[in-house]
Ligand binder design. Structure first.
Ligand code: NMX
Ligand code: MLT
Length: 440
C-alpha cells in the first residue's frame, strides 16, 4: 500500500473475518462476572469494549499492537529516518501503526506527512470562531468547541445524509479522521496565539515538514530542534491508552451514535479537560508552583515529603500520581524521564530536577496510604516540565498538546468500529431500588 487509506482497506477484511470467527465460536462465552463493586466503582476491570489500537497491562504498561514504547522507539520511522532535524519517532508512524497494526516504511510516513500538510489549513469560519473566544476561556473549551465546529465539512455527515450503505461507513469516517488530525495542530496553535500571544497566528504549513515540525513552527518554537523533537515524542506516546480511559471511551460512545469524527473527538476533548484525566498535566505544574512558593526551589527530600503529606491531609489528590489500571510506574513517564536525562539542556533545569526528585519520594508517601492503589508517577507527572524548560510556560495550554495527540488513537478506533459494524453503545443502568430487589 502506498497510502494509509489503502493499507486500512487491506487490513479491514482480515479484521472482519477474525471477528466473525470469534462471534461464531464464542458469542456466549463469559469474559467474567459483574460484581456490585464494578457497578459502583467506575466499571473498573470490566471487559466491555472492543478497541484495537492498544492494550494496557497493569504491570507492563501500554503496548501498541503488541509493541512497547521502547519497541516503538526502535522500530517506528523517526525524524532522522525521514531526513528531518531531530531523532524521535514520528506521530505519523504511530498513527499508521495504530490504524493498521503494521510498522510503516519511511516512504509511507513521508507520504502521510505530505497528505496531512496538504489538509492542515483551517477554514476561515473556524479561525473566526476561535478569534472570537475571550482569552480567559480555558484553551481546552476553545479546543473542543472549534473541533466540533469543523463538522460543518464532515464527509461522513454528508454521506450519511445521502444514504451511504453501512458497509461503506468506514471510508468517509477515515477521511474525516485524517482531516481532523491534520487540522488539530492549526486549531491548537491559533488558540495559543490568541490566548498567549506566541507564534504568529498564521498557518504557514510547509509541505515538506512532518505534522509536528509544522505544529512547532506554528507555535513559534520551530527554531528549537529540541522542542520539536520533544513534541514528537510527547505526541507519539500520548496517542493511545486502550479504550477505557475517559477521552477514548467518550469518543467511542459518542461515535457509536454515528456522530461524525469531529463531534466524537470534540466530546473526547471535553473529557480530557477534567483534572483527574488530561488536565492533570496542568495540575501538576500548579502543584509544583505551590510547592516551590511554600518550600523553595532547592527543597530537601524531607520538606518535599512533608509537602506531599500535607497535600494528602488536605483531602486533595497529588496530581500526576496514581492510575486506574497501572500498578507500576507509567512507561510513558519513564520515556520522558529518559529524554530529560539524555538531553543536556534539560537535565539540569530546576523543574526537571524537581520532577525526578518528587518521583522518588511520592511513591513512598502515597504508598503509606492504604487506599491509593498505585503510588507511582503517571505520564502527567513528567510532561509539563519539558514543555516549561523549552519555553512553553503557559500551563493551561498543556492539555491542548495532549489533545492534539489523543486523536491518533481515538479516531482510528472510530474507523475500525464502523468497519466492524459495532452497534450503538447502550449499557444497562440500575437504581438503588432495582439493586436491592435483585440482590436480595
Ligand atoms: N493522590 C491522592 N489520592 C489518590 C491519588 C493521588 N494521586 N490517587 C488515588 N487516590 C485516592 C483516590 O482519590 C481514592 O480516594 P477515595 O477512596 O477517597 O475516593 C483512592 O485513592 C482509591 O483510588 P484508586 O483506586 O487508587 O484510583 P482510581 O482508579 O479511583 O483513580 C486516578 C485513578 C488517576 C484518577 C487517581 O489516581 C488520581 O486522582 N490521580 C491524580 C490525578 C492524575 O494524575 N490523573 C491523571 C491520570 C493519567 N491521565 O493522563 O489521564
Ligand atoms: C490516559 O492516557 O488516558 C490515562 O493514563 C488515563 C487512563 O488510561 O485511564
Amino acid at each position: 500500500a502506498s497510502t494509509l487509506k489503502e493499507a486500512v482497506a487491506e487490513a479491514i477484511p482480515k479484521k472482519q473475518e477474525r471477528l466473525k470467527a470469534l462471534k461464531a465460536k464464542h458469542s456466549n462465552t463469559s469474559l467474567g462476572d459483574i460484581k456490585l463493586d464494578n457497578l459502583l466503582g467506575g466499571m473498573r476491570g470490566l471487559k466491555v469494549m472492543l478497541w484495537e489500537g492498544s492494550v494496557l497491562d497493569a504491570e507492563r504498561g501500554i503496548a501498541f499492537h503488541g509493541k512497547s514504547i521502547p519497541d516503538c522507539e526502535k522500530e517506528l520511522p523517526s525524524a532522522k529516518d525521514l531526513g528531518l532535524k531531530g531523532k524521535e519517532m514520528l506521530p505519523e508512524s504511530m498513527l499508521w501503526l495504530l490504524l493498521t497494526g503494521e510498522v510503516p516504511t519511511a516512504d509511507q510516513v513521508r507520504g502521510l506527512s505530505a497528505e496531512l500538510a496538504s489538509k492542515g489549513k483551517l477554514p476561515s469560519y473556524v479561525e473566526k470562531i476561535i478569534d472570537s473566544f475571550p482569552k480567559t476561556l480555558h484553551p481546552m473549551t476553545q479546543f473542543a468547541a472549534a473541533t466540533a465546529a469543523l463538522n460543518h465539512d464532515s464527509a461522513f455527515s454528508a454521506a450519511y445524509t445521502k444514504g451511504i450503505k453501512k458497509a461503506e461507513y468506514w471510508s468517509p469516517t477515515f477521511d474525516d479522521s485524517i482531516d481532523l488530525i491534520a487540522k488539530l495542530p492549526a486549531v491548537a496553535a491559533r488558540i495559543y496565539y490568541n490566548v498567549h500571544g506566541k507564534g504568529d497566528g498564521k498557518q504557514a504549513i510547509d509541505p515538506n515538514l512532518d505534522l509536528i515540525g509544522n505544529f512547532s513552527n506554528m507555535l513559534g518554537y520551530g527554531d528549537s530542534v529540541g522542542m520539536t523533537d520533544f513534541l514528537r515524542l510527547y505526541i507519539a506516546i500520548h496517542g493511545d491508552h486502550e479504550g477505557g480511559n475517559v477521552s477514548a471511551h467518550t469518543s467511542h460512545l459518542v461515535g457509536s451514535a454515528l456522530s461524525d469524527p469531529f463531534l466524537s473527538y470534540s466530546a473526547a476533548l471535553l473529557g480530557l479537560a477534567g483534572p483527574l484525566h488530561g488536565l492533570a498535566n496542568q495540575e501538576v505544574l500548579v502543584w509544583f508552583k505551590g510547592m516551590q512558593e511554600s518550600i523553595g526551589q532547592e527543597a530537601s527530600d524531607q520538606q518535599i515529603e512533608k509537602y506531599l503529606e500535607d497535600t494528602l491531609a488536605s483531602g486533595r489528590v497529588v496530581p500526576g500520581y496514581g492510575h486506574a489500571v497501572l500498578r507500576q510506574p507509567d512507561p510513558r513517564f519513564s520515556a520522558l524521564s529518559r529524554f530529560y536525562e539524555q538531553t543536556p539542556e534539560l537535565r539540569d533545569q530546576p523543574l526537571v530536577k524537581m520532577v525526578q526528585q518528587v518521583s522518588k519520594i511520592a511513591p513512598v508517601v502515597l504508598g503509606r496510604s492504604n487506599k491509593i492503589k498505585n503510588p507511582f508517577p503517571n505520564v502527567d507527572a513528567a510532561s509539563g516540565a519539558g514543555l516549561t524548560a523549552y519555553g512553553m510556560t503557559e500551563m493551561n495550554f498543556y492539555t491542548v498538546v495532549f489533545g492534539v495527540s489523543r486523536a491518533l488513537g481515538a479516531l482510528p478506533n472510530l474507523v475500525m468500529a464502523r468497519a466492524l459494524g459495532l452497534p450503538i453503545e447502550r449499557p444497562k443502568s440500575m437504581s438503588i431500588e432495582a439493586l436491592e430487589k435483585s440482590l436480595k
